[in-house]
Design a protein around this ligand. Structure first.
Ligand code: HEC
Length: 263
């Protein structure tokens, strides 16, 4: 008898657990849209991303640094001062720095070259705010990253290699969670199908309402290296740009939702 009740209890608990799981079976994108709507209604039409982008616009247009220059002359791939749609074309090769750069590293390069700042004077939160501003001018545009230059092809291949590489104490890599385990859960969230769902790479930078923070793709990649219990590559480093190039090229044709708003 005692054993029966214990068993019945276990089954009941399992059922309640399943029910809770079934209720959590929501599409994270739809859930984010819902939260966004609720926040818009509560705040009278202003999202945290709007505030960050506005702060970024101010920083972008202000004359700063030893050269007392703004970033308005920075070329993000469409010529100085042309910002519309540039995020969908990054990372790409730039002739002036002779490097493949993503949005974050391009902003940093211009702060160094145009404003005369030293690398150690560049504040990460300012780069993120400027990235939100520039991204806001690419909203609704398509992703069109295509590695054609040899330097871009090399980084694409590096990104692909890093994406499938398994290493670290758990012998896992990006593909373990974002290809093999797609649909399975990590806590409440199912793992995103990064290579199959074009929505994924096209909502960065994004505001994460679950921890009230602004993230660019670099922040996301670094957090995922911690998921792997592996040391995260430095900001603005080649592995981050390579992985971003690989994922953005895979999202070719996806429509950008910028700045993103995610869980
Ligand atoms: C241990 C599992 C795990 C591994 C390995 C992992 N991630 Fe993630 N990743 C997550 C989780 C959890 C999230 C948040 C939920 C989601 O969106 O999948 C996430 C989110 C992401 C997102 C945002 C997806 C979205 O829809 O907003 C990107 C991009 C990403 N990871 C890239 C990577 C890259 C690149 C690597 C390899 C360096 C990697 N991840 C390795 C667990 C992992």
């Amino acid at each position: 008898m005692g054993r029966f009740w214990r068993l019945a209890g276990v089954i009941l608990l399992a059922l309640v657990g399943l029910l809770a799981l079934a209720q959590e079976e929501v599409d994270p994108f739809e859930e984010a849209q819902k939260q966004k709507q609720q926040l818009l209604e509560l705040s009278g039409g202003i999202l945290p991303t709007d505030l960050i982008a506005a702060q970024g616009e101010e920083l972008f247009k202000a004359k700063r640094g030893p050269k007392n220059a703004s970033l308005e002359a920075c070329d993000f791939g469409r010529g100085p001062g042309r910002l519309e749609g540039v995020v969908g074309r990054l990372p790409r090769y730039f002739f002036d720095t002779r490097k493949v750069e993503d949005l974050d590293s391009r902003i940093r390069s211009c702060m160094i070259n145009l404003q005369g700042l030293r690398p150690d004077q560049i504040r990460r939160n300012e780069v993120v705010a400027i990235a939100f501003y520039i991204a806001s001018l690419s909203n609704g545009q398509p992703m069109t990253v295509r590695p054609l230059m040899p330097q871009e092809k090399r980084l694409y291949e590096l990104g692909e290699k890093l994406f499938y590489l398994r290493a670290g104490p758990r012998d896992m890599g990006c593909a373990s969670c974002h290809v093999t385990y797609v649909g399975r859960r990590a806590g409440v969230l199912p793992y995103s199908d990064i290579l199959g769902d074009k929505r994924v790479a096209s909502h960065w930078p994004a505001f994460r309402y679950s921890n009230d923070q602004a993230w660019t793709m670099a922040d996301r990649i670094r957090a995922c290296y911690s998921n792997l219990s592996m040391p995260a590559p430095d900001f603005y480093s080649e592995p981050i740009i390579a992985l971003t190039l690989f994922m953005n090229a895979k999202a070719y044709g996806g429509k950008m939702d910028l700045p993103g708003f995610i869980r």
